[in-house]
Design a protein around this ligand. Sequence first.
Ligand SMILES: [Fe+2]
Ligand SMILES: [Fe+2]
Length: 352
Amino acid sequence: MIVNNPNRRGFLKTTGLVAATLPFTQVKLAWAGAHPDINIAYISDSHIQQIKGAKFVRNWDRGLIRAVAETNLLDPQPDFVVFGGDLAQLGKKSELDHGAEMMSKLRAPVKYVMGEHDFYLDMGRYWEKLFGPQWYSWDHKGVHFVVLNSILTYDEWVNKWPSDVERMNQMAGLDNPNGSPFMVGEAQRKWLEKDLSKVSKDTPVVVFSHSPLQKIFKNWNFWTEDAEQLQKMLGRFSNVNVIYGHVHQIQYNRIGNINFHSVMATAWPWPYPESYAQAESHLPVLTVPMNRADPFHERDATGWQLIDVHTGRPTLKYNLYNNENRIVGPNDKGVPEDRTYAKRTTPPQKHY
Ligand SMILES: [Fe+2]
Ligand SMILES: [Fe+2]
């Protein structure tokens, strides 16, 4: 059960800092039914970028620092925090170290997802040293959670570059004909099959990936090559949800009985590419309209989110730094929906 508690709002304000902008003044009371409360804070795509020596891109630093500070103000604290990938911009040790240091300030435990910007310099070796395995699963309060590394690609592509830096730079670009599509890959799919074989059909499953496990727009690698195979494996569960970063924009969709939700970047927003409309053969049928924050408004469409999984179908509460906050959650039929903003035609940004 969730209630608004004005006293709690007062408490958060007295802590100073950014409390006045916090969207989450709910207090959790003991859950009376079969479903316990599960709250996850989700921070993603910080793209910490070294300029030179100890100098890093300030805006990207500030986005992550703010998300960490606001997450630390949540009361009660989330069960865990997910970092959705692309902690670094070009996979450098200095960038990963700097990002890890900022993340270390979080009070709640953190689960990490690999992004392509973390990976393609040294194929994830240093990231693994800092954060652990690239794919794993665990059970928490009756929900099966899975983290996948969805940004792997073909070996031939990985091995064709004259240097690690060249490989990283090629993968970091959009609209790059020299890039290569992402995939989960055979080894990991086998692991997933085995992992899921132990889970009953009625157990809610939540998968965290970096790229969407659906084919949205290939030129920008909003794409996972083996998406259909993954959807088939996941589709046998009655309540399955995929939450992903990478796209730096609000997306939600349903394919079969799989609900898809994206999370925001703390660094910068990507616009909704005009070419979405041109990519007829690649765009999945969006069964629900997306609400659209305006990526051309500074800091709009950047932020982080609190995810409430108490029903097994996540509700994403988007904390958008320079926009009105949004809530995207399941409607009566379990389909993701944003009742407040989906039908709006003009963006509701705050103007400073
Ligand atoms: Fe990203
Ligand atoms: Fe990414």
